[in-house]
Design a protein around this ligand. Sequence first.
Ligand code: GLN
Length: 495
Amino acid sequence: MSTELHQLGVAELAAQLQGKHVSSVEAAQHFLARARTHQNLGAFLAVDEEATLAQARAQDALIAKGAGGRLAGVPIAHKDVFVTRDFTTTAASRMLAGYRSPFDATIVRQLADAGCVTLGKLNCDEFAMGGASENSGVAPVGFDAPQPVRNPWNSARVPGGSSGGSSSAVAARLAPAATGSDTGGSIRQPAGFCGVTGIKPTYGRASRYGMIAYASSLDQAGALGRSAEDCALILSALCGPDVMHDATSVDRPAEDYTQALGAPLGGLRIGIPEEFFGDGLASDVRAAIDAALAEYEKLGARRVKISLPRTRLSVPVYYILSPAEASSNLSRFDGVRYGHRAAKYTDLLDMYQKSRAEGFGEEVKRRIMIGTYVLSEGYYDAYYLQAQKIRRLIADDFQQAFTQCDVIAGPVAPTVAPAIGAQTDPVTNYLADVYTLPASLAGLPGLSHPVGSGAHGMPVGLQLIANHFQEGRLLNAAHAFQQATDFHLRTPDGY
Ligand code: GLN
C-alpha cells in the first residue's frame, strides 16, 4: 500500500485515513521520503520531520477516537509566504532567512483544524514577486545556495511562479495538495505550467492574516491540487471570514465547495474574450485551449463571444499598483524589528541601507524603487491615481461581460513553461502576465486546470474566471471536464 500513497489525491487519501487503511504517520512518512528523493526539484525550503510526525500522531489519535476533521491526517505543504509556528518562514527572501513566527497564518490554522498535517514549506519567488520561481533568495532543502525551482515535466524548465514550489511539488506527487498565493496569477500560472489544478478565490474570501504581504489589495491565498475536487476540499477549509484579524476579510460564512460538484453543465455560457486570443498567444497553447473548449461544448456548455477591452492595460496598471503597495509593505523590513541586519554599519541610516541592500534580491529592489517612484509627490496623480481609475474600468468590463456569460475562459499564459534562465528581461516577464492580471485587479476568482500539452510536451492550462463568490461554479465546471477527460491524471515520467 504505502508505495502507492502518493498516487492518491486528497479525497481518496482522506477516505483511506478515515477508514484506517493507512495512518497519518504512514502517509506523512511516505511523502517526506518522496520529498527527500526528489529534492533536486528545489521545491521545499523547510522540512522538519519531527514536527510533521508530531502533527500526524495527533491526527491519528483524533481519528482513533472518531473525532477527526474532514481532512484528518491529510498531508499538505504550504507556500513559504504563510507564517507557521512549527517551520521557518522566509518568503524565499534572505531578509527573513531563519525567521520563525510566533503564530500560524489563519489559513494554516484552518487547514490544521480540518485535520491537515504540514509536510513543510515550499519555495517561491522572493516575496511572491515573479512568474518563474527563479527569484528565490533562499537555499532549498538539500542545497547550500538559492536555486530556481524545477518543473518535474522537464527539469530544465521553470515550474511557473510565484507559487512554483507548490506546483512542482503537487505535479511530482511530493504532496497531495499545496497552498499558494495569487496576487497577479501566482496560483493559476504555475498550475498551468505544471499540469495541476489551482484556484484563487474571490479577493477577501480567504484570510490574509499571517500571509506575508506583497500587494495587499490583490493578495489572495488559494489551493493547488491534482483535481478540482481536491481543490474544492482544500478551499472549503481555507476560505471563510476572519474579520478580527484581516480588515479586508469578507464577513460571509464559509462554504462547502464540494456541494457544487456534479451539477450538469448544460446551458453554461462560456465567455471567450477576443483579447485573450490575439497575436501574443502561441499556436500550441491556442490549439490545446480550442480543444478544451470543444470538450466543454460536448458537455453541454456553449461559447459566447465577449470583449474585455482593457485587457492590455492590466499590465501597466498592475505594475504600478503592485510595486506601490509592495514598497509600502516592505518598508517594515528595516533590520530593527525582524529580518536580516547588516553586520557592519556606521549609524542608523547606514544600518537600514546596508540591511536592505543585503537582504533583498534584485527583483524586489526593482519593485521597491518603481513603487516609491510612482508614489512620490508630483507623480502620484500621474501614475498611482490614474492606475486606480483604470483598475475600476477593468472591473467594470468584467461586470459587463458577466451579463452575457456565466464563466470566462482563456489561456492562463501565452506559452508553455519556458526554459530556466531563458527569460531575463523584466518587462518581457511582466507582459506574460496579461491573461491573469485582469481577474486579479477585479478581485475575481480564477481557476486553471490542465487541458493537454503544447510545445516540448509541456502542460497547457485553461483559465476559468467567474464573478465574485462563484468559486463553486468554477470548481464544478472543471470537475465536469475532469470527469470526462484524463489530462489531470497525467503524471510526469519518473514521478
Ligand atoms: N507574476 C506576477 C508578479 O510578478 C504575479 C505574482 C503573484 O501573483 N504573486 O507580480
